[in-house]
Write a protein that binds this ligand. Structure first.
Ligand SMILES: NC(=O)c1ccc[n+]([C@@H]2O[C@H](COP(=O)([O-])OP(=O)(O)OC[C@H]3O[C@@H](n4cnc5c(N)ncnc54)[C@H](O)[C@@H]3O)[C@@H](O)[C@H]2O)c1
Ligand SMILES: N[C@@H](CCC=O)C(=O)O
Length: 593
């Protein structure tokens, strides 16, 4: 009976396409009670088809910027020039309203050239944050009721805009504001950002299609994927424009509205991203942009009854402190719901290179894993365990190559391999660790060790060897271009596996390099919980949306896997609906004869 067409007539109710059911809906007629803001929907929302995500969703291509890509280099140079000659005034954006005066401002700094100001950005006051929450709640009234196809179309349109019209501008903003080279920019603010937007549409579409497998005769069971009640708070890191897009975009796609506190060190690209989303049709108030003092902004948000979820990426320390504030507030009955907490945090990611490894492959992957992105990837390789049998050859490639790398301003020396670290605090942390090497008898500097912040926050890629497998350098995240190596005796491999697993509290990424299948099997088993992303004969970095869902457990976060179907489920609250077409004629059951 359920294969028959169904005609629904619902007067006075909102029709919300939060879930597509597998039964063809011939007609849905309804009126709605939306207020002024929702006037576009006052004639009701018909569901006249079962819309699937476009079939062609696949990874965005990467422009390689080879020396033959003359036109792309030209366009990029123009955009870099535009930003450097036209300092930006980045406002707060609350309910679609631009607030760019009467607020304290801060400078947007180019980490490769700290005397160059790229503009200023406004700092939200507590009142602004309250207004952002109110706007989110107001916008939710239309956004949550907007059909999935329309919400999706906005993110697909934004993807297209980033891929074409804004590609070079987005690259320039990310390179200047976050110290990246063009290739790092392509992977981040173009490829991964677009992939998050497009693949989330596919994942959401698949989720909505997921309906109860059974309905008893005369009954229709349905599953509705409701947005969370209240608003979502997105706190985003500096190091990936894509991550900011994912943290804001995933909850919004699922019908939630968002208060977004961007990182102070990614303002240029993050504001451009918001502008692109608006151009793509994002209604006012769906995302409210409130840069500001993180503690003050969070204090207002986390004490609001309507706070429904945290979507965070950043350091373990900050995440832990926010978690404990939320837990405390749950205890005090501050919230309507138990807030969802989704957070991806730090890593201390390993490479294991065994005696059977292809040494050249292992060494070059280690260099890329440790020093691309200036080591400022949560997945960056920062500890390596290398067999004594292959160490001489491995060390030669590693040190000779690393010696040849000089970090540079990649917005001027456009072909540069490495840029600066992000800010003075990061520079001081990493350079402080490097300074300590000379006084530590358990450490030996093999390469690099130089740093200079007179022009930009430049740190030479640095390799240090330790004799202590549990040295703090094998344990703590520095989030910079610093790799520590421990050389092990082949007979010691079981102990090495044990130490890889237990030395640090993190569990984000790791890689093993071996050509021996039995050994690979053993590593995979023994290191099951040491990494949420485990690589075999590949570097510990570079997960691709739709290919390797990303995230780790232990101190590395909630492992909800950005870039996967699992993530979107965290921003919905499922409602089960049972409709009975039968009618009772009495209260007795057959056994009551
Ligand atoms: N696991 C992942 O997927 C992933 C990805 C990228 C970065 N990271 C991690 O992020 C860190 C680097 O990024 P970062 O320097 O931007 O991290 P961070 O923790 O310093 O800052 C992250 C965000 O939190 C905000 N913040 C800082 N203190 C706060 C507080 N007390 N309350 C509320 N918000 C606060 C910041 O302003 C920023 O927006 C590294 O630890 C890295 O491993 C993890
Ligand atoms: N997803 C990226 C990490 C981004 C975090 O900083 C990778 O796998 O390298």
């Amino acid at each position: 009976m359920l294969s028959r067409s169904v005609r629904t007539l619902r007067t006075g109710s909102k029709f919300v396409s939060k879930a597509s059911v597998s039964i063809p809906v011939v007609a849905s007629i309804q009126s709605s009670r939306f207020g002024v803001q929702t006037s576009i929907l006052t004639r009701g929302v018909a569901q006249l088809g079962h819309f699937e995500a476009p079939r062609h969703i696949t990874n965005e291509y990467t422009k390689l910027f080879t020396k033959d890509d003359v036109k792309d280099w030209e366009l990029l140079k123009q955009e870099l020039e535009n930003f450097t000659t036209n300092p930006q005034t980045v406002p707060l954006v609350i309910g679609g309203k631009i607030i760019d005066s009467g607020r304290e401002t801060k400078q947007i700094v180019n980490p490769a050239n700290i005397k160059q100001s790229l503009g200023t950005y406004a700092q939200a006051t507590k009142e602004d944050v309250k207004a952002a929450i109110e706007s989110s709640l107001e916008a939710k009234k239309i956004w949550a009721d907007m059909p999935f196809a329309d919400r999706s179309a906005i993110f697909l349109k934004a993807s297209e805009l980033i891929s074409t019209k804004y590609r070079h501008k987005m690259l320039a903003a990310t390179m200047l504001g976050q110290g990246k080279n063009v290739f790092q920019g392509e992977i981040d603010c173009i490829g991964e950002l677009i992939d998050f937007f497009r693949f989330n549409v596919k994942y959401a579409s698949d989720l909505y299609r997921s309906q109860p497998p059974e309905s008893a005769t005369g009954v229709w069971n349905r599953t509705e994927y409701r947005p969370l009640e209240g608003f979502v708070y997105a706190i985003t890191p500096f190091n990936f424009t894509a991550i900011a897009g994912g943290l804001v975009g995933a909850p919004a796609l699922m019908g939630n509205t968002v208060v977004w506190k961007p990182s102070d060190s990614a303002i240029l690209s993050n504001y451009l991203l918001l502008q692109i989303l608006e151009e793509a049709g994002l209604p006012k108030g769906v995302v409210n942009f409130v840069p500001g003092n993180p503690v003050e902004v969070s204090d207002v948000v986390l004490n609001d009854r309507n706070f429904a979820a945290l979507h965070f990426t950043g350091s373990t320390k900050v995440f832990s402190s926010i978690w404990s504030t939320i837990a405390n507030n749950v205890g005090k009955g501050v919230y309507r719901d138990f807030p969802r907490i989704v957070g991806e945090t730090g890593g201390k990611n390993f490479h294991l290179v065994d005696k059977s490894a292809n040494v050249e492959n292992a060494a070059y992957n280690t260099i890329r894993g440790a020093f691309e992105y200036q080591g400022q990837k949560c997945s960056a390789t920062s500890r390596a365990y290398v067999s004594e049998s292959v160490w001489p050859e491995f060390k030669k490639i590693l040190t000779q190559t690393v010696d040849s790398i000089t970090p540079t301003n990649c917005t001027q020396e456009l072909q540069g391999f490495m840029g600066p670290v992000i800010h003075e605090a990061s520079f001081d942390k990493v350079s402080g660790a490097i300074k300590s090497i000379a006084e530590d008898p358990e450490l030996e500097l093999l390469s690099g060790g130089k740093f200079d912040k007179s022009v930009g926050y430049f740190i030479k890629p640095t390799v240090v060897q330790t004799k202590n497998i549990e040295h703090p350098f094998m344990k703590n995240e520095f989030f910079g271009p610093l790799l520590t190596v421990y050389v092990y005796k082949d007979a010691e491999i079981d102990n090495v596996l044990e130490k890889i697993d237990t030395t640090t509290g993190y569990g984000l990424t790791g890689a093993v390099f071996s050509t021996d299948r039995l050994s690979i099997r053993k590593y995979e088993e023994r290191l099951r919980y040491a990494a949420g992303n485990f690589y075999i004969n590949d570097k510990s970095t570079g997960a691709v949306v739709g290919q390797q869902a990303f995230g780790g457990s232990r101190l590395s976060g909630t492992n909800d896997k950005a870039g996967s179907a699992a993530l979107v489920t965290r921003f919905v609250s499922v409602r089960s609906i049972k409709e009975n077409f039968g009618e009772l004629k009495g209260h007795l059951n057959p056994s009551n004869f």
